[in-house]
Design a protein around this ligand. Sequence first.
Ligand SMILES: [Zn+2]
Ligand SMILES: [Zn+2]
Length: 332
Amino acid sequence: MPELRQSMATKEWVILAVERSERPEELAQPDRPLTEDRPEWEATCPFCPGNEERDLEILRRPAAGPWRARVVRNKYPALQEPGDRLLTFDGVHRQISGVGHHEVVIQSPQHNTCVALDSRTQVTLVLETFKMRCRELAQDPQVEQIICFENHGQRAGTSLVHPHAQIIALPIVPFKIRSRAEEARRYFDDTARCVFCHMVSDELKVGTRIIAESEHFVAFILYAAFSPFHTWIVPRRHEPSFLRATAHEMADLGDLLHRVLRKLYVGLRDPDYNYAIRSAPLRDPGYDYLHWYITLVPRVTRTAGFELGSGMFINSALPEDSAAFLRSVSAE
Ligand SMILES: [Zn+2]
Ligand SMILES: [Zn+2]
């Protein structure tokens, strides 16, 4: 019998229709080319060493010698600096000029790698680079929200295969982030607890949806996962902002993110995925009730009209089965 589950954090519902599901490993795409099978260097790739567009460069690490990661301005930005944030209200239409920042983080000089294949120190370097840029962008008074994310693979919306992530700094707080923050505040008002801290302690107690743990983070499949393997990686320490993660936490997260993505790479044959860092709005720190985390969605199924019509998802994989499967996959 299918079952409906509700997320404690967002109040959103999902239909778990597991009768029509395959075994977890059947979600792998058997004939797709793997990241590691690409050439190490590609003459036409703008992100490969030797093809750098220096005028777009914001940061390289390390500053001298061969680089391990670079940050560049997006050549085709969704938002553009500089300029003033101009608000226009005209009847039912409202508009804000598209000021902000859109940057690309080139995660490695190597063309045929990804988080799952990189070393743990390389993953940590990239996470630290996100934080450095976020702290810098937060100084811009027009920025309200910063999103760091990675699109891996075609189904996840990437056009360039060289491993890269993006940072978008917005002049507004998106509706979904605002409504989730309000939900978390309501939960805090009702229970005097941070809903995310509560979820982590509950997941650890039950254990069936845990994928992996580290000293500072817990990775688990959501009880009300929207799609197969929909995962959160949540810091154990209550902290609303990614910008305040400690160096120790970043090193630990680099290790855990690598492990989780490695399990997906091995278990599902390099699936396409998106991950994003969810952090509190810059000007509304929500100290008691917001909690930063990483959300990770492998793109192993497609959404359709029902999702468009209802705003809710049908998931054909039981979260407990997906988690048990990933726990059994070696990340070595
Ligand atoms: Zn490349
Ligand atoms: Zn918390």
